[in-house]
Design a protein around this ligand. Structure first.
Ligand SMILES: [Fe+2]
Length: 500
């Protein structure tokens, strides 16, 4: 990274730190209506077990086998990350994304599954545990008497995803550093440092690994400045390059895809309009401008192509690839508006299940600037996953969480879509089993695309317990090959990774 780029990166860091002066302290009120609403809903609805505070000391337990056997070859650890602490001193966060990161490790060993859950001991977690109250602004909330920020990592909850990088476990957020953890003990080591001048620079939660080279690509967004920082990291964890690209636009970006030639972003219509705290309150829906697709050349970050698409919003892509003529094909869980992040995810904090409105859509970005968007099914979808060996390549399958528009209580099904033929395979656990991200694990290094297992966790509301289900990834409709149940319920998480 050049000295000039480093100075730009530091500006990015300072801009976020500078937002600290903007928030007026909110005084503690007697009786927090959101906390009380959650308590009332929690008495009647076991779905709320997925969004209550996890015990500060975490979980240690063993799952009980309900049926089936672990397939031969499926041994390793499923890590999952998500928010786990929402309230202190009877005051509750306003937004699901604010909760402190809670990491779970499901260790599949022979025919035994051991489970651990631990809070990620970020600087924020440690300071707030010592103080007994929330101390900093959060992404979507201003706790009573929240103090200022010296930099983004002061409010880093490390709660969004998790990845293995050369034996190191990284808990990922998107508004600051990745947080380094010991993969065996889950002990926090501190913010991941990539090089001088880069501390606290945004490192998003969906890095992509090139299958042949194991090079890791990622980005960080300065939404207010309409800029991205791009990260290129070697398989041994050393920084190969980092730098800024300008004039991206101010729409929120959570995920991206890589192809063999490009880094591709969809800049949705939830735009950062003003600097204020909580950070989310600075965003507003702009339906009067296009959603833009931007493809940046991997080898020359000053080279880009762009497309104007109908307004929309998304969190996640399945994946994508680039044809020889430069046409890009991708699939993403697209929404017509940003109600999920602006409304549904706030309702969750009162103990009201989310509805959601995203559908898997296939987007073709033509070599001559034209585009096509297709919607292959009627169902709603989130948390898409692909076979990681096909990241950036032409492929067949996307697995995702699946539900219907009339199902306003969270998803109970998982699905597989063949993006080339449209063929659909699906399994519904039925009412009260709320499914989480289905992760694909290849059967072996040499197995064909999709040959392996889908592993996902779910809250069984009636049993008041979290379960783990294993499927043949190419035959979901046959139902789980094996299912296991913990003696307790864990908080819902967002994303996970597999360490074989
Ligand atoms: Fe995500």
């Amino acid at each position: 990274m050049t000295e000039m780029s480093r100075r730009h990166a530091l500006t990015l860091f300072a801009a976020v730190g500078g937002a600290a002066g903007l928030g007026a302290p909110v005084r503690a009120l007697s009786g927090d209506p959101i906390y009380e609403a959650f308590q009332a809903n929690a008495r009647n609805d076991p779905w709320t077990l997925g969004v209550r505070d996890a015990p500060a000391s975490g979980f240690d337990g063993e799952a009980r086998r309900l049926h089936g056997r672990l397939p031969r070859g499926l041994s390793g650890t499923l890590y999952r990350n998500g928010p786990g602490r929402y309230s202190r001193q009877d005051w509750r966060y306003r937004h699901w994304f604010d909760g402190d990161g809670f990491l779970q490790a499901w260790q599949l060993d022979g025919n035994r599954i051991a489970h651990r859950g631990r809070f990620i001991e970020t600087s924020k977690w440690q300071a707030e545990e010592a103080a007994g109250r929330f101390l900093t602004p959060a992404f979507g909330s201003m706790p009573p008497d929240a103090g200022g920020l010296t930099g983004p990592d002061d409010m880093n909850v490390a709660n969004t995803s998790v990845m293995m990088l050369n034996g190191e476990l990284l808990a990922l957020w998107e508004g600051g550093s990745a947080w380094s953890l010991d993969a065996d003990t889950l002990q926090a080591r501190g913010p991941r440092r990539w090089g001088s001048g880069l501390d606290g620079v945004h490192f998003s939660a969906h890095p992509k690994v090139e299958p042949e080279t194991d090079i890791v690509w990622n980005f960080g967004q300065d939404a207010h400045g309409g800029r991205l920082v791009l990260w290129k990291i070697g398989p041994d964890g050393t920084l190969l390059d980092a730098g800024l690209v300008d004039e991206i636009g101010t729409g929120m970006i959570h995920d991206f895809i890589i192809t063999e030639r490009s880094l591709v972003f969809l800049v949705g219509n939830l735009h950062h309009e003003r600097l204020r705290l909580p950070f989310l309150d600075g965003f507003a829906w702009r339906g009067d401008v296009p959603m833009t697709a931007i493809a940046i050349d991997k080898n020359d970050w000053s080279q880009r192509r762009s497309w104007d698409l109908p307004p929309g919003f998304l969190f996640h892509f399945g994946g994508g690839w680039e044809e020889r003529d430069g046409t890009i094909r991708l699939d993403a869980a697209l929404s017509p508006n940003a109600d999920v992040i602006l409304e549904d995810v706030r309702d969750i904090m009162r103990g009201v299940p989310w509805a959601g409105n995203s559908r898997m859509q296939l987007v073709t970005l033509g070599a001559r600037g034209h585009f096509r968007i297709e919607t292959p099914g009627d169902g709603l979808a989130e948390f898409p996953q692909v076979d990681p060996r096909y990241t950036g390549k032409r492929r067949q399958y996307t697995w995702h969480v699946d539900w219907t528009p009339d199902q306003a209580r969270g998803a109970t099904a998982i699905a597989r879509r063949n993006v080339l033929t449209g063929a659909f395979d699906h399994y519904d656990h039925g009412p009260g089993v709320y499914v989480e991200e289905p992760l694909f694990i290849p059967a072996s290094r040499r197995s064909a695309e999709g040959e392996g297992w889908i592993v996902h966790t779910a809250l069984n509301a009636e049993a008041r317990a979290t379960e783990l289900h294993v499927f043949d990834a190419l035959n979901l409709s046959a139902g789980p090959q094996a299912s296991w149940r913990l003696p307790y319920a864990c908080p819902f998480g967002f994303h996970g990774c597999w360490r074989g």
